[in-house]
Design a protein around this ligand. Structure first.
Ligand SMILES: Nc1ncnc2c1ncn2[C@@H]1O[C@H](COP(=O)(O)OP(=O)(O)OP(=O)(O)O)[C@@H](O)[C@H]1O
Ligand SMILES: [Mg+2]
Length: 335
């Protein structure tokens, strides 16, 4: 057990501490662009809550901008830094881009924690960004009651080859590049101090290779599975793209121990909220229980890419369908 249990200093942890999807959408819907202003260079804006903003800049390049920070989801400061960086970089990969520069975002209770632990957090972030070929060239740090860490990341992409969440076509396989269950396993770790090495390994892994493989396969629609869970992010993608989807619960990959941790009652509030949010648009076949749905809705931190298409080595977890195929208002069926 760590001498300082970072997870005990925050109410939520990781992407499970995000503002619930429905509330966030309501909040953001008030932030429309001024219709009188000319923003011809905007490629991806706020309309569909995609992973990063994209604007066309001189030379025809798409510039991507995204930021992510959150409270600790593990007790080890170095691991937390690595996870936060992999998660922040992921939104650039999910758009089909290459990260070019990152800056640190820090909130720190100096009186309680001192700054040695923060140094380790920042080192973790730097090491992962370095592995991604992305220099960390600045940041912003405030004294705050709960520890917060993340990054703002800028990337570039070919505007013709962005992977968007509103570009999914019907009749295609859906692939998932990392196993699910980190929300549940982190919740158990917070309660018991027992961390999952597999969860940490998964959360610190970059989505760079997965994104490259998806681009090489000609994929045009993808997103990363983070705080809203597979069901939440798939719902957003279906709604934005005007398609429906069937998910095969038995095909979804899970981290070892996730099912057992769920059975023992370790479910983040965010995962339950995700399921409640999607439920009005969800149908499930016989044999699919509440636990299957909770696993599929589990709030991930630094999860994998959800790709409409096939990616070598990644399991196919479902298929997109024409809109309306599942009945009025139903966008996802779990079988
Ligand atoms: N305070 C805010 N103001 C404006 N837009 C916001 C704000 N918070 C979130 N958004 C926007 O809402 C959408 C959904 O945000 P969300 O953080 O879920 O996306 P995301 O970055 O893909 O998530 P993740 O980092 O967990 O993958 C995005 O388009 C994001 O830019
Ligand atoms: Mg995202």
């Amino acid at each position: 057990m760590h001498p300082v249990r970072l997870t005990q200093l925050a109410r939520g942890g990781g992407c499970a501490c995000k503002i619930p999807a429905g509330e966030l959408e309501q909040l953001v819907s008030g932030l429309r662009l001024d219709p009188g202003a000319h923003h011809d260079h905007v490629l991806v804006g706020l309309d569909d809550g995609d992973d990063a903003a994209a604007v066309r800049i001189e030379g025809g390049v798409a510039l991507l901008s995204t930021a992510d920070f959150f409270t600790p989801m593990v007790d080890d400061p170095y691991d937390w830094g690595r996870i936060a960086a992999a998660n922040a970089l992921s939104d650039v990969y999910a758009m089909g881009g290459t990260p070019v520069v990152a800056i640190n975002l820090v909130g720190w209770p100096r009186d309680v924690l001192g700054t040695d632990l923060l140094q380790q957090v920042l080192q973790g972030g730097l090491d992962v960004a370095t592995a991604a070929g992305c220099p960390v060239l600045g940041g912003h740090s405030i004294d705050a009651p709960e520890p917060l860490y993340g990054m703002a990341v800028t990337g570039t992409a070919d505007p013709a080859r962005l992977m968007r969440n509103d570009a999914a076509a019907a009749g295609l396989p859906i692939s998932l590049t990392k196993p699910l269950g980190v929300g549940i396993l982190n919740n158990r770790a917070k309660a018991t101090g027992r961390t999952s090495a597999e969860a940490v390994e998964s959360m610190t892994a970059l989505n760079a290779d997965a994104a490259r493989a998806a681009l090489d396969a000609g994929v045009v629609a993808a997103t990363d599975v983070t705080g809203f869970g597979l069901l939440g992010h798939l719902f957003k993608m279906c709604r934005a793209s005007g398609v429906a989807a069937r998910v095969e619960a038995a095909a979804a990959p899970y981290l070892p121990g996730a099912r057992e941790a769920l059975a023992a009652g370790h479910v983040p509030g965010g995962s339950r909220r995700n399921l409640d949010w999607v439920r009005p648009h969800l149908a499930s076949g016989p044999g699919i229980g509440e636990d299957d749905l909770l696993l599929l809705a589990d709030a991930q931190t630094s999860g994998g890419l959800l790709v409409v298409g096939e990616v070598p080595g990644a399991p196919v977890v479902g298929r997109t369908l024409p809109a309306g195929e599942l009945g009025d208002g139903v966008l996802i069926e779990v079988v």
